[in-house]
Design a protein around this ligand. Structure first.
Ligand SMILES: [Zn+2]
Ligand SMILES: [Zn+2]
Length: 63
């Protein structure tokens, strides 16, 4: 799944000038595993986006 997470909170504290609604840190795209929600390297597996652990698990179930 794709989630947009607002990471703007630390803009000022790390010395960046926050530009409000267009701040690049406000909508940071994160791709998360559909099954466990892990933010790892995500692979398209059939109709799902999964991390390697969940893909391995699914493949083991088949065998
Ligand atoms: Zn900001
Ligand atoms: Zn997973």
């Amino acid at each position: 799944m794709v989630e947009y997470i607002n990471e703007c909170v630390d803009c000022k504290s790390i010395g960046l000038r926050c530009i409000g609604s267009t701040c690049p840190n406000r909508n940071v795209k994160h791709i998360l595993c559909d099954k466990c929600g892990a933010e790892d390297t995500i692979y398209q597996y059939e109709s799902e986006q999964l991390c390697i652990d969940c893909i391995t698990e699914m493949l083991e179930e088949v065998e």
